[in-house]
Design a protein around this ligand. Structure first.
Ligand code: PMP
Length: 283
């Protein structure tokens, strides 16, 4: 099946989709993106992703070009046209095309909208079976990480450092505490079985999977602590995992080369992953 993408009002073959060089997304990374998972052909926790998209756009003063119902219609049609059973739908909105100038273009400049799908084995992921190895890197980002900006250079460098080290993810560190993963939310499980993750603030992205996992953990009467945790505490944790729309709950089995627990995905992590998959399947 040939790949179909969405560009500014039309579904077009991937090869025909073109963006003008004056698009502010290209020139300034002046835009917002969002990613929703698809499982069994259905969108997962999608309305929460669309709410975050709307909030991020509002925070930088870009008009949301679509209603929630329109977004859902576009995502569903795109997934169908691409025969997507399992993977992700990517959505991006930029401040549009205008002569290069830092300040906002005229208010009637239409935002640019791009959407595409990517197939991915999320549930039967080999990495989830073995568990991921992770390194820590310095968090080089700006101060509004709660906004899902397409300006991802610090995350690109973090993920490349992980790739160079032969591991799956990098956890970013500021003032000795883990902020989040380069494309995920970081969690540890203490030896007394408490699930710890950083509280929401402008220092990190409010992960949609994070929120669902905390809800599931609380429904299962598991102990949760929303607080900062240090790299040293993470090195010493009984278990660790990270969450994202495209990985769900991913076990971490080593951090900076130190083995966590017995070097296999931990029991609490496996339980949360199973609960999340069950929730995603229930739709
Ligand atoms: N933090 C960062 C920096 C991310 O890029 C992502 C993935 N978009 C997440 C956390 C996880 O967010 P979500 O669960 O909404 O995918």
């Amino acid at each position: 099946m040939s790949r179909t993408v969405y560009l500014n009002g039309s579904f077009v073959p991937f090869e025909e989709a073109r963006i003008p060089i004056m698009d502010r997304g290209f020139l300034f990374a002046d835009g917002i993106y969002e990613v929703s998972a698809v499982l069994d052909g259905r969108l997962v926790d999608n309305e929460a992703h669309l709410a975050r998209l709307d909030r991020s756009l509002g925070e930088i003063g870009i008009r949301n070009p679509h209603t929630i119902a329109e977004w859902i219609g576009l995502e569903t049609e795109l997934a169908e046209r691409n025969g997507l059973d399992e993977g992700v739908v990517y959505m991006q909105v930029t401040r549009g095309v205008a002569e290069r100038d830092f300040a906002f273009p005229p208010a009637d400049t239409p935002p640019s909208v791009v959407m595409f799908t990517q197939k991915k084995a999320i549930v039967s992921s080999p990495l989830a079976e073995t568990g991921a190895r992770v390194i820590t890197v310095e968090d080089l980002r700006w101060k509004r990480r709660d906004i899902k900006s397409v300006a991802l250079l610090a995350q690109v460098l973090a993920k490349q450092a992980a790739a160079a080290a032969g591991v799956a993810e990098a956890w970013m560190v500021e003032d000795g505490a883990v902020t989040e993963g380069s494309s995920s939310t970081a969690f540890i499980v203490t030896k007394d079985r408490r699930i710890v993750t950083r509280p929401l603030s402008t220092a990190l992205l409010p992960g949609i999977t994070r929120a669902a996992v905390l809800r599931l953990a609380s429904e299962a009467d598991l102990a949760i602590e929303e607080r900062l945790f240090s790299v040293e505490e993470a090195h010493d944790a009984a278990e660790a995992f990270y969450t994202s729309a495209s990985a769900f709950v991913m076990p971490v089995v080593s951090l900076d080369g130190r083995t966590l627990g017995d070097g296999h995905p931990g029991p609490l992590t496996r339980r949360l992953r199973a609960l999340y998959i069950e929730m995603a399947r229930a739709g």
